[in-house]
Design a protein around this ligand. Structure first.
Ligand SMILES: [Zn+2]
Length: 353
């Protein structure tokens, strides 16, 4: 079925002039629309073991000497204190020298947002970013450590779901590199924070190089592709990315005294209704973020609902979630009280810049 979906049936073998292709085309159209609805995101390689019972070992590549769980998304490295923002998907095909040759394909319809073809500039090596619109949300997919980027691939180019964009490899600028045995594609799904990132970075890190401009990793916040793929597989055409993201687990809740910043225009679907603010006028937003800094809920607040005068105020912290996911440290405890850390403050500064 997958092969059928991926191949442009009917284009390679045009029908004779008098052959009535209508019923076939109708079937194809119905089948295609069904399959597109049922599968918002596709796996980027032919490795589908994630959907097999106990298939994790065959799907994920762990870090050297560590179990497969260290190749999943989350606080899965260095005893939970190091975050891994994507899925490390195991290689299935190798050449005679044992090098990975799996094709890497687009997870959904979209456009090419950014290409890094200088492996020395990133621990992700050669990588591609694609931009998608899913349930009205701008989602970025990332494919890293590629040996090869498809010839002629350019920024702005339209890409179809399942279209090959490169070849799996093990490029990276880290000292230790990636061994043949651990060959994988690092697959990531992100939200884009702020199209004024470059200006923000210049302000907050004067003199620092910003090789990737607005595509700097600090301007992308990763969401869990495993959770998304599994939920999509479970729910079929009932799957909604928006519904899933709106139900993220809350790490903390922050009040921001500001109403004009790019995030609100880019992700308006995440704004909740508040009749009081609609009536009196909003002067700020109450924001819920998950452990990785994804701001999944925004509630407009009226002046009469805000006591504090400060621009950014921490309202609450989910202690259990912070203990479970300790890598990012957006909030810290000082003298028994929770505070936003410097990293937490930077996150909200960038979100609202
Ligand atoms: Zn990775």
């Amino acid at each position: 079925m997958t092969a059928f979906r991926n191949s442009p049936v009917g284009l390679k073998h045009p029908a004779p002039a008098r052959w009535d292709s209508t019923p076939y085309l109708l079937f194809f159209a119905l089948f295609t629309s069904f399959s597109l609805r049922a599968e918002t995101f596709r796996l980027p390689t032919s490795n589908r073991a994630i959907f097999e019972k106990g298939g994790e070992e065959k799907f994920f590549v762990g870090t050297t000497g560590k179990p497969w769980t260290s190749g999943t998304f989350g606080c899965v490295r260095s005893g939970g204190f190091q975050m891994h923002e994507g899925l490390d998907i195991r290689c299935l095909q190798r050449d005679k020298r044992g090098e990975p040759i799996d094709s890497v394909a687009a997870t959904a319809d979209g456009t090419v947002a950014y290409i890094n073809a200088k492996p020395s500039l990133s621990n992700y090596g050669n990588y591609i970013l694609l931009r998608h619109k899913i349930d009205g949300l701008e989602i970025i997919s990332l494919y890293a450590h590629l040996s090869k980027i498809r010839d002629g691939l350019k920024r702005g180019q339209t890409i179809k779901a399942g279209e090959v964009i490169g070849t799996m490899g093990r490029t990276s600028n880290t000292h230790e590199g990636i061994s043949k045995e651990r060959a994988h594609v690092h697959f990531e799904l992100d939200v884009f924070v702020n199209d004024r990132f470059s200006a923000w970075y210049k302000k907050t890190s004067p003199g620092s190089l910003n090789d990737h401009g607005d595509w700097n990793g600090h301007n992308l916040i990763a969401i869990d592709p495993q959770k998304i793929l599994r939920e999509q597989n479970r729910l079929g055409e009932k799957f909604s990315l928006l519904a899933l993201l709106r139900n993220e687990k809350e790490l903390c809740r922050v009040l921001v005294r500001d109403t004009n910043f790019p995030w609100l225009k880019r992700y308006p679907q995440l704004i909740r209704a508040n009749p009081k603010a609609e009536k009196e006028g909003a002067v700020g937003y109450e924001v819920a973020v998950d452990f990785n800094g994804f701001a999944f809920e925004w509630i407009p607040r009226a002046a009469s609902e805000i006591k504090s005068k400060s621009k950014i105020q921490l309202l609450s912290v989910n202690d259990a979630d912070e203990k479970k996911n300790p890598a990012r440290k957006f909030v810290v405890q000082r003298k028994g009280r929770w505070e936003l850390s410097a990293r937490g403050l930077a996150l909200f500064d960038l979100l609202t810049f």
